[in-house]
Design a protein around this ligand. Structure first.
Ligand SMILES: C[S@@+](CC[C@H](N)C(=O)[O-])C[C@H]1O[C@@H](n2cnc3c(N)ncnc32)[C@H](O)[C@@H]1O
Length: 261
């Protein structure tokens, strides 16, 4: 397996993932095309509903055997297709959470025949009940004022009061606007804050994260920053280069990234 690690495969994920060993990855972070016609420099987001759902089922069937028994999957979706995709995944995995990523999009007028949609629906699924989950790694510190206010006896000496609280299932993190320091040239780049929380909670230190649809490489960057390895696929060669650049800019990248075409 080690020859796969920390490599960007510039190819179709369905063909590439099929070559990975079964039960070899700890975590899959999947951010597939949304089925909404976005331009990724290819036709990957231009399928009609039936073809899109058939394609989703196809890659899911290839990806899931790659997870270890203790492994999990996070998948980014929109409200349009999350019901169908959740049904596919629930047939094979335990659903742990539905996470709402509130992108904190500012109000701008927008839709006049419906409410403005400002969230991604993220499914968190586990392969078995014995899945890896490190809550302490992702707790959110209480502020001093809140700590002081917790004077009732049930709070006294409570470990979590010092360690912080369990993040809720609504994650309110601003999308990366054009001027954001993390922003790379990719239309649906995800914030590191979100991906790093998934990596720290659901991949053991030194473990392996699989990203079938790398885009700008946020998962790879998060994995390396958190001391994990990655393996990933991306169709667009320009994005593969972008991922290389982002990884090369990391302060002390333990190994030089490599792209395979
Ligand atoms: C939603 S974006 C991923 C964004 C990424 N999470 C980030 O933070 O930058 C989906 C990406 O999947 C790529 N893609 C689509 N179909 C693919 C396939 N069959 N194999 C590999 N990559 C694919 C697209 O080119 C696009 O860059």
């Amino acid at each position: 397996m080690s020859e796969w690690l920390n490599r960007i495969y510039c190819e179709d994920a369905l063909a590439g993932m099929a070559r990975l060993e079964d039960a070899s990855v700890d975590l899959i972070i999947a951010d597939p095309p949304y089925g909404l016609g976005k331009d990724y420099g290819n036709d990957s987001d231009k399928l009609d509903t039936d073809a899109y759902l058939a394609w989703m089922q196809q890659w899911i069937d290839i990806a899931l055997p790659k997870l270890k028994a203790s492994g999990s999957l996070y998948i980014f979706l929109t409200w349009r297709y999350s019901p169908e995709v959740f049904v596919m995944l629930k047939a094979r995995m335990t659903m742990v959470n539905e996470i709402i990523w509130d992108r904190r999009v500012p109000s701008m007028g927008g839709s006049t025949r419906r409410f403005s949609s400002v969230h991604d629906t993220v499914g968190f699924f586990a392969k078995s009940r014995d899945y890896h989950f490190d809550l302490d790694a992702v707790r959110i510190p209480y502020d001093e004022q809140t700590k002081k206010a917790r004077t009732r006896s049930i709070f006294v000496g409570a470990k979590w009061l010092e360690l912080g609280y369990n993040p809720k299932d609504v994650w309110s993190v601003s999308r990366l606007h054009r001027e954001h320091r993390e922003r790379a040239d990719h239309p649906t780049q995800k914030p590191l804050e979100i991906i790093e929380r998934m990596v720290k909670a659901s991949c053991p230190p030194g473990g392996v994260v699989l990203d079938p649809f790398m885009g700008s490489g946020t998962t790879a960057v998060a994995a390396r920053r958190c001391g994990r390895s990655f393996v990933g696929f991306e169709l667009n060669p320009a994005y593969c280069e972008l991922i290389q650049q982002r990884l090369a800019e990391l302060p002390a990248a333990p190994t030089a990234p490599e792209t395979v075409s």
